[in-house]
Design a protein around this ligand. Structure first.
Ligand code: OGA
Ligand code: ZN
Length: 376
């Protein structure tokens, strides 16, 4: 194991040299704030208040004690802190910031169709084993898509499977929402029309992170499904059409809920592509059906429509998209803020089509995966 070789006291940091040659800086405030005694052992919340030390906080004395721990005597509060070198190394922000960022996302295009079985998992495997559950969560997190096979076809029967992850995200559509052809539909999904590739609920401040479409019956002709990796299309634009990409990242679009059954007017401005602190993709907002009357700066409108049309074209390009047909007992599960989904029109007189839809927040997927993989 890597150990502390040398410690040097600087003006506001302890500089540690490790036996493998790496160097770390540990700021005094950071060290005091993260003293192992700072947290309540049951609630695990920080009881120590960093406001209770002055900005002149200093180190009176430091040493490596007999157990190999770094012992720090503070200039204030009559307090001594003990740090496990292993903990310091694992939480070292100098090294963390030097690490090259590795994206968790495995981007895909039409070629995924020839490996379609790699994104399919058996329903009972998930229900009965943590390995199955991890496999599903990893597909959802890394590829953004998974198709569950052999689920029951009874109404609401996806709950036990979803509850292996966590609770669902409720919306006014209710859970599950019924994707079925109805008279006077309040949403184009509740018709027999084709749906262009889209995300659901882009007008929310935080649209649902994941969506699960459970197929109960699909005997009508038509109604085939599509999926496209919006992050892969974004990556293509970033590398090949930078001006379009920059417009999609920089200019907020406007989305609005136009559901006539609602006594609420929900709307939100957000760019088509948003990025994380590491410059990775965070989410995609794209829905031709529910983009509102745009109100961008007048000098940007021309550019915005050019970028929006180009993005939309690529999001429906054969090169990026996969097409498949859901059968009874399939659950099409995907990252709603990455994967755009659609369907072809169906003939309601030729048979019956009924899907039940569920949403879940992204925190639930990633949090559960972290727990099962014992990541922090
Ligand atoms: C939806 C939807 C797809 C389908 O309900 O949001 O996109 O295949 N449905 O009916
Ligand atoms: Zn949809």
């Amino acid at each position: 194991m890597v150990q502390i070789e040398k410690i040097e006291k600087l003006k506001s940091d302890l500089k540690i040299k490790w036996t493998d040659g790496e160097e770390s800086a540990f700021n005094y405030m950071w060290l005091r704030d993260n003293c192992p005694t700072a947290h309540d052992k049951d609630s695990r919340h920080r009881m120590f208040n960093i406001l209770n030390v002055s900005e002149n906080l200093n180190i009176k004395k430091f040493e490596i004690n007999n157990s190999g721990y770094l012992q720090v005597e503070w200039s204030e509060g009559d307090h001594t802190s003990l740090y496990d070198p292993k903990w310091l190394r694992n939480n070292c922000y100098t090294l963390k910031n030097k690490n090259k960022y590795i994206s968790p996302y495995e981007l895909w295009n039409k070629d995924l169709k020839s490996n379609f079985n790699t994104i399919c998992i058996d329903h009972d495997e998930i229900l009965n084993s943590d390995e199955g559950l991890v496999k599903w969560l990893e597909l959802l997190h890394h590829k953004g898509i998974a198709i569950i096979k052999n689920a029951p076809v009874k109404e609401k029967s996806a709950f036990p499977l979803l509850n292996r992850i966590s609770h669902v995200r409720e919306t006014f559509f209710k859970t599950p929402f019924e994707v079925i052809n109805i008279p006077k539909p309040n949403n184009s999904a509740y018709t027999a029309h084709a749906l262009r590739n889209h995300m659901d609920l882009p007008w929310f401040e935080l649209p649902p992170g994941y969506q699960f479409l459970h197929c109960l019956v699909n005997s009508a002709s038509g109604g085939d499904s599509s999926a496209v990796d919006g992050f892969a299309v974004g990556e293509y634009l970033k590398n090949n059409e930078k001006e379009i990409f920059d417009t999609l990242v920089r200019v907020p679009l406007k989305f609005r809920d136009m559901d006539y059954t609602q006594e609420s007017h929900r709307g939100f401005h957000a760019p088509a592509i948003s990025l994380t602190k590491d410059g990775d993709f965070h989410d995609i907002r794209f829905s031709i059906a529910t983009m509102d009357v745009l109100d961008c700066r007048p000098d940007l409108m021309e550019k915005v429509y050019k970028a929006h049309r180009r993005f939309g074209k690529l999001l429906h390009d054969e090169k990026f998209q996969i097409n498949f047909r859901l059968g009874p007992g399939d659950i099409y599960s995907f990252n709603n803020r990455r994967i755009l989904h659609g369907r072809t029109a169906f003939d309601p007189n030729s048979g019956h089509r009924h899907l039940q839809g569920y949403y879940m927040d992204r925190d639930e997927i990633i949090g559960r995966l972290n727990f099962l993989k014992k990541n922090s």
